[in-house]
Design a protein around this ligand. Structure first.
Ligand SMILES: Nc1ncnc2c1ncn2[C@@H]1O[C@H](COP(=O)(O)OP(=O)(O)OP(=O)(O)O)[C@@H](O)[C@H]1O
Length: 309
């Protein structure tokens, strides 16, 4: 997945390019480059969500610190995706508040994310089947891109200059993820791990200040997962990352801090080492199904928390 990462010289335009005076501009207008903006903090406080009679989240709080990777873990049904969806504006909480870059965010809608400097990947890949890989990534660069094929088409640039600039940025984003050679292909015919890279390129091409990742490692092999971990560490410092993930070794390796949910409640929070040492966490996992019990075993077996390499 690393692809051409770190191999391009000065003037590179991809999301992993070194910060430069032009790094924050988009084909549709400049956005101030703020790779380590101190205000890129997401605060979620007292979040509660109920679906009919089911309480999915109850008074959950977490803070994604600027430039850090924050992991969100927990057994099946713990409420991870629900909290992630609150951060994306896909689910409206019944109580609680969110503050992004020091400002309260009320009634967040998914189409506002890009304008706020937030990108996400969802479970699965969600690529547009009728667009090429390159076009899919280009859509991600549009600050006002909406979810939906027609809206996505409308989001593509009108002028040739915009088109060229956007194409260059999208191509660079694909190159960063080692997926440049698939630019002209349609997503449907590509292996699932490649589709996931494309979805990630689409999220990164807008150079977000906050990246929301929902199970990015699902469907990946060991090598791909290792590369994903390295990529996430590379991204941190340039943006804040909220990571929902079942693969415990990946979470322990890449996260600065972790919040653990169980049955809609926060049961633990801290550094990977602190969370691993918390009996409440192991207990919660052992009460779950076989796969997650295996995660609990991995949790106990992983030593020393995060390894930077
Ligand atoms: N749209 C919905 N309608 C009704 N109940 C829901 C809905 N979405 C989630 N829930 C319920 O809310 C709870 C939390 O679900 P959520 O998907 O957030 O958990 P999770 O930690 O992401 O689980 P998993 O790891 O299995 O994906 C579960 O009891 C789930 O059944």
């Amino acid at each position: 997945m690393a692809g051409g990462r770190g191999t391009r010289g000065k003037g590179a335009v991809g999301p992993l390019a070194q910060p430069s005076p032009t790094a924050g501009s988009t084909a549709t207008g400049p956005r101030p480059a703020a790779p380590t903006a101190p205000t890129s903090r997401l605060e979620m406080t007292g979040i509660s969500v109920a679906f009919g009679g089911v309480t999915a989240l109850s008074d959950v709080s977490l803070v994604v610190e600027p430039g850090q990777v924050h992991g969100l873990i927990g057994p099946n049904g713990a409420g991870k995706t629900t909290l992630f969806n609150v951060a994306c504006g896909l689910v409206r909480p019944s109580a609680g508040e969110m503050v992004w870059r020091g400002r309260p965010v009320r009634r967040l809608r998914p189409h506002q994310l890009a304008g706020l400097g937030i990108s996400r990947t969802l479970q699965g890949v969600g690529l547009f089947a009728g667009m090429t890989v390159l076009e899919n990534v280009m859509v991600g660069a549009h600050r006002h891109a909406r979810a939906g094929f027609a809206s996505a088409l409308l989001a593509l640039p009108r002028s040739d200059a915009d088109e060229r600039a956007l194409r260059a940025r999208a191509t660079a984003a694909l190159a960063d993820l080692g997926a440049e050679r698939y630019a002209g292909r349609y997503p449907g015919g590509l292996p699932y791990p490649v589709q996931k890279r494309v979805a990630l390129a689409r999220a990164l091409v807008s150079e977000p200040d906050l990246l929301l990742l929902d199970e990015p490692a699902s469907g990946l092999g060991e090598d791909e997962m290792h590369e994903l971990g390295e990529l996430i560490r590379t991204l941190s410092g340039r943006m804040s990352v909220l990571l929902v993930e079942h693969h415990m070794d990946l979470v322990m390796r890449v996260c600065d801090r972790i919040t653990v949910l169980d049955s809609g409640r926060q049961i633990s929070a801290g550094t990977p080492a602190e969370v691993q040492a918390d009996p409440a966490v192991t207990e919660a996992y052992l009460g779950d199904d076989v796969d997650v019990a295996a995660d609990a075993a991995a949790l106990s077996a992983t030593e020393g928390g995060r390894h930077h390499g």
